[in-house]
Design a protein around this ligand. Structure first.
Ligand code: GLN
Length: 342
């Protein structure tokens, strides 16, 4: 009898859960199906990254008004890596204005790998702030009276976007600076052309630090939602970036965010996004929501295999492509509204 009634309660709770959160069920199904995909390999060129659990997989959505739905390993910490790049580009723009920043780094996709040692032959600028050379040039632009102040401004930026105090993973940072010879080569090349100043070694250190910030899929969803919300974190209500600068981050993410897969990404998925070699992806549907993903197995271009698949499916199912003209499928925001019982 007691067993029967507890079974009944479980059934009822189960029904309530799926009635109140159909979106969670959709995400759960997607998550469990993609968990069976073991393609790709964990990055190991930065030795510390190889210690990640290859099976980790987290998927989180956060709306521009702060509602969060997440499934899987959304509390697992990993280093932000290249996902940091658009945010630092935003900070550089806030420090100097977009025109000055563009004298130091371009905004053209390269079609080359993120770590290519290549500069624009005419201007000597790195092609864009999403490749390593461009991100190092961008780090050079971050203001501060001394190095600790520059690091603090960087950490504060990510703390505002995440809505909590973030920290650098020291072992990844040390691993990066010990093995980052390609990145050093790029900085020296830019120094050679006078594109970086006396403090170029400091800019490299700052770049290694920004890549080593620890985040979760939950954090990435909130960072994305902050961009979707015009630069204001929807959970803390703190402004992380001036609203007029948000468009610069989103457009560079749309054209250059997914390494040399950026063109096909814009074509198929149509959502501004940025990936990192630890397996994180942040994607943004402006005005609507941020998506945070973590799964460390990467494809040949360096993007999270499950992360790319999840975004493709979400984009298609909910008509999230920026240039969708007549979508008649499920409306994502209706599912969120249901969750709140509206
Ligand atoms: N820290 C990494 C590097 O410099 C970042 C690269 C990435 O995430 N694509 O190589």
């Amino acid at each position: 009898m007691a067993e029967e009634s507890s079974h009944e309660i479980d059934m009822l709770l189960g029904r309530m859960k799926s009635a109140t959160s159909p979106l969670r069920e959709i995400l759960r199904e997607l998550h469990s199906r993609l968990s069976g995909n073991h393609a790709g390999t964990v990055a190991d060129y930065i030795p510390e990254l190889a210690t990640a659990n290859p099976n980790s997989f987290g998927l989180a959505l956060c709306t521009a008004d702060g509602q969060i739905v997440e499934v899987g390993d959304c509390g697992t910490q990993f280093t932000i890596q290249s996902v940091s790049k658009p945010f630092m580009f935003g900070l550089a723009i806030e420090d100097h204005g977009v025109d000055h920043v563009l004298t130091k780094v371009g905004v053209e996709p390269t079609g080359e790998a993120f770590n290519a040692i290549v500069l624009d032959e005419v201007s000597n600028r790195p092609y864009n702030p999403m490749v390593n050379a461009g991100a190092i040039a961008t780090a050079d632009l971050i203001q501060g009276k001394d190095y600790p102040e520059r690091v603090k401004r960087m950490v504060d930026l990510f703390s505002k976007f995440c809505g909590r105090d973030v920290f650098v993973d020291n072992s990844v940072f040390m691993s990066e600076r010990l093995t980052g010879h390609r990145n050093r080569a790029m900085a020296h090349l830019m120094r050679n052309f006078g594109m970086m100043g006396e403090r170029f070694e400091e800019a490299l250190e700052l770049y290694f630090q920004q890549c080593s910030i620890l985040v979760t899929a939950h954090d990435l969803a909130i960072m994305g939602a902050t961009l979707a919300n015009g630069g204001v974190n929807p959970i803390t209500k703190t402004r992380a970036l001036q609203s007029e600068n948000v468009k610069y981050l989103l457009s560079i993410m749309m054209t250059c965010g997914m390494y040399d897969f950026a063109g096909e990404w814009a074509f198929r998925v149509g959502i501004p996004a940025k990936s990192g070699v630890a397996g994180g992806i942040v994607a943004v549907v402006p005005g609507v929501l941020g998506i945070g993903l973590y799964s460390p197995r990467l494809d040949a271009k360096g993007n999270s295999v499950r992360g790319v698949e999840a975004c493709k499916e979400l984009s298609q199912r909910f008509g999230l492509h920026a240039f969708e003209s007549h979508f008649s499928g499920e409306k994502l925001m209706d599912l969120f509204a249901l969750k709140r019982g509206r």
